[in-house]
Design a protein around this ligand. Structure first.
Ligand code: KG4
Ligand code: ZN
Length: 362
């Protein structure tokens, strides 16, 4: 079966095709192609994603990417696509609808069903992919014992989930994932982006903060201030990052008033911020592991590209002797490959009849 994945939940327009088959009750897949067009540069002027601009850009870029992936006459030529998997949420409403409408048009033209995919589940299954190279070998998703704990860290979300599905089995077994902790205010990626803005760095700020923090570590710069570790010991699995951002704002204002807002100050503040985030995420991850008796750790979302965080989570996994699944750097950010994979998993729940239950009409 060939599945087309469509992702437009935020500021990446993405399409991907995978091929799937079932081998003795196990899902196997091959990556055919995957295209991601980032609008980050356009949104940079606004210091964050501007929803109506995202909508306009998705509408412009979806047909361009589809022509590249499927050929010029993709709408009228019957292409061998058997299912369309599209992100239905969570995300920016106007942006999501561009992808859903595009999927609907293709579905009507090609007479193939649509599978609605949760973006966060996409990030989970993306981390279970062994090989993201195009035209690569047939592969199974990484196998793990349940329950697993998933930590999803992106620009829009910060969530801890209990995962009872082993996604490599056909059909998937167990109940759906359940949220066991989440942010009460800003998402962690949002905090990276806002702190970057305070330091005069472009959007998206995560990679820039990370670079400054690494330079501070290399130069062994002392921390200019001790930032808070918000709600680290509140006994819950929830997060809060808005106070941390405010603490950075005050530190920046104070340094500016003292004519001390120089490069070294920015580097060491970026490192202190990154360390604070790492302490909070790691502490809550450990708590979740113990609380649910996790047998595996899955990390997903754009912020999981962060080198220092990856290191922390890997150390924790080693300490608890648990397998850890991190997304490859290529697919830690938003992409349609993960959406197509989630589509493959869910299409196993249905018969090969394209009008079977479970497929979605919007
Ligand atoms: O998952 P994603 O691509 O989009 C959403 O679903 O939000 O995540 C984007 C977020 C942005 O906030 C970006 O600053 C952050 O991921 N990010 C990073 C790094 N690379 C991207 N944050 C920290 N360190 C990084 N290396
Ligand atoms: Zn995402």
């Amino acid at each position: 079966m060939k599945i087309l994945g469509i992702e437009t939940s935020c500021d990446e327009t993405a399409l991907a095709i995978i091929e799937t088959r079932e081998n003795e009750g196990v899902l196997e897949l091959r990556v055919v192609d995957s295209l991601v067009h980032s609008q980050a540069e356009l949104h940079s002027a606004y210091g964050g994603v501007y929803p109506n601009l995202a909508k306009r850009e998705h509408n412009k870029n979806l047909p361009i990417l589809a022509s590249k992936l499927l050929g010029q006459d993709y709408l009228y030529n019957k292409i061998q696509i058997d299912r369309i998997a599209v992100t239905e949420g969570p995300g920016l409403e106007p942006a999501l609808w561009t992808g859903i409408t595009f999927a609907k048009n293709l579905s009507e033209a090609w007479k193939v069903p649509i599978i609605a995919i949760n973006h966060m589940e996409g990030h989970i299954v993306g981390s279970l992919l062994k090989d993201d190279r195009f035209g690569g070998e047939w592969q199974k998703l990484k196998d793990f014992e349940t329950p697993a704990v998933a930590l999803l860290i992106s620009g829009g979300h910060t969530q801890l989930l209990k995962v009872d599905n082993n996604y490599s089995h056909c059909p998937i077994v167990g109940s759906p994932t359940s949220i066991i902790g989440e942010t009460k205010d800003d998402a962690v990626g949002e905090a990276f982006d806002k702190v970057a803005r305070l330091l005069g760095l472009p959007y998206p700020g995560g990679p820039h903060i990370s670079l400054l923090a690494e330079e501070s570590r290399a130069k062994k710069l002392p921390s200019p201030i001790k930032l808070p570790r918000p709600i680290i010991n509140d006994g819950t699995l929830n997060f809060s990052f808005s106070g941390l951002k405010t603490a950075v704002l005050y530190a920046v204002q104070k340094a500016a008033a003292a004519h001390n807002l120089n490069d070294d100050f920015k580097k060491s503040l970026a490192r202190e911020f990154e360390d604070s985030v790492a302490d909070v995420l790691d502490t809550k991850l450990r708590k979740a592991i113990e609380q649910i008796g996790a047998k595996a750790i899955i990390i997903g979302g754009g912020v999981s590209a962060n080198h220092s965080l990856r290191q922390r989570f890997q150390n924790t996994a080693k300490e608890y002797s648990l397998p850890i699944f991190l997304p490859s750097r290529h697919i830690s950010g938003d992409n349609a490959l993960m959406i197509a994979i989630a589509g493959a998993i869910h299409s196993q729940e249905f018969s090969t009849d394209p009008h079977a239950q479970g497929t979605k009409s919007f």
